[in-house]
Design a protein around this ligand. Structure first.
Ligand code: ATR
Length: 300
């Protein structure tokens, strides 16, 4: 029986997708996409493509000429890949970064599903939308940009970007204000801490790496006493599952979410673009549980 399964695993009809990056060894995208294929019954395998910088052009040519249905893009190519594409979706263009490419018979189209991954994660895991919400965004890098711009598109009422480097927070707030009516503003993280304005927000999101393994004793904010019960606190980190930041918020009675939901949902967004199917809520939940268990086991 096992041999029969292996015989059927990859056939002449199987389509191929993958992850472009360097390095790619630690990514869990292969686990996400191969599990999705198995759960949705789509005949597709997903593999890592580690490509050196000088080979990016040759890689793109190869993808166009082979029957690869699409690929994800990670560090360090999320911006550079844009110069090789035939079409770029509006949101990816605004973000200035592509994490998903679809191969349409040799024409490559770029998308960014990171912001969508965050929004779907919030909506599915809390049952609320970002419409009319006041959001505190900690950090001003790529993840903050994807989340901030998407939150503005989804009707957030106010977005405050706080960052160690205040100039970057100001730049992101300016860009958010250009694309949507959300009143975005910015502050340095230390000034924000002194202001004690944290209680003004409905959703607080950490997009920095502060608190990520092995830096587990750190938190982007150290005083959470003004956090109120029922508010949503999101950390894009998923190693550990509960950062110090989330543990403090949990103590205050907040609804806490880690970055696993965003990771899975950006993957599902990409999978839907390549295959044209809609992944069900049930499969999404199953994926979430399975990946959490997998990470717990492989972390030792
Ligand atoms: P990503 O793509 O994951 O968002 P990034 O673009 O490198 O990563 O952004 C990292 C973010 O984490 C930035 O906001 C960075 O702050 P600076 O702009 O001041 O560099 C923030 N960050 C990283 N390490 C930090 C630390 N030790 N303390 C505070 N902020 C930190």
């Amino acid at each position: 029986m096992e041999v029969m399964k292996i015989l059927d695993f990859v056939t002449g009809k199987t389509c191929l997708a993958g992850l472009l990056g360097d390095p790619v060894e630690h990514s869990v995208s292969p686990q996400i996409h191969n599990t999705l294929s198995s759960l949705t019954g789509i005949d597709m395998v997903y593999v890592p493509f580690r490509v050196r910088e000088n080979d990016l052009g040759a890689f793109v040519q190869g993808i166009k000429s082979a029957n690869v249905i699409g690929f994800n893009v990670t560090v360090p190519y999320k911006q550079r890949i844009m110069g090789f594409l035939d079409h770029i979706d509006e949101e990816a263009e605004i973000l200035g970064a592509v994490n998903t490419v679809k191969n349409d018979d040799g024409k490559l189209c770029g998308y960014n599903t990171d912001g969508e991954g965050f929004v779907r994660s919030i909506e599915k895991e809390t049952g609320t939308t970002l419409q009319g919400k006041k959001i505190l965004l900690i950090g001003a890098g790529g993840a903050a940009r994807a989340i901030g711009i998407k939150a503005a598109i989804r009707g957030a009422k106010r977005i405050t970007v706080v960052n160690r480097t205040v100039e970057k927070a100001e730049g992101l707030a300016e860009d958010i204000n250009k694309i949507a009516a959300a009143g975005a503003d910015a502050a340095g993280i230390e000034d924000f801490k002194k202001s004690r304005a944290i209680g003004d927000y409905d959703v607080i999101v950490n997009t920095t790496s502060v608190g990520m393994y092995p830096d587990v004793d750190s938190s982007p904010l150290d005083d959470m006493t003004a956090f109120e019960k029922g508010k949503i606190v999101y950390d894009v980190i998923y190693n550990p599952f509960k950062t110090r930041f989330l543990l403090m918020a949990e103590k205050m009675g907040c609804k806490t979410l880690n970055g696993l939901g965003m990771l899975i949902n950006q993957g599902i967004g990409a999978y839907e673009i390549w295959t044209g199917i809609k992944v069900s809520e049930e499969i999404t939940r199953g994926m979430h549980e399975a990946l959490a268990k997998y990470l717990e086991n492989t972390r030792g």
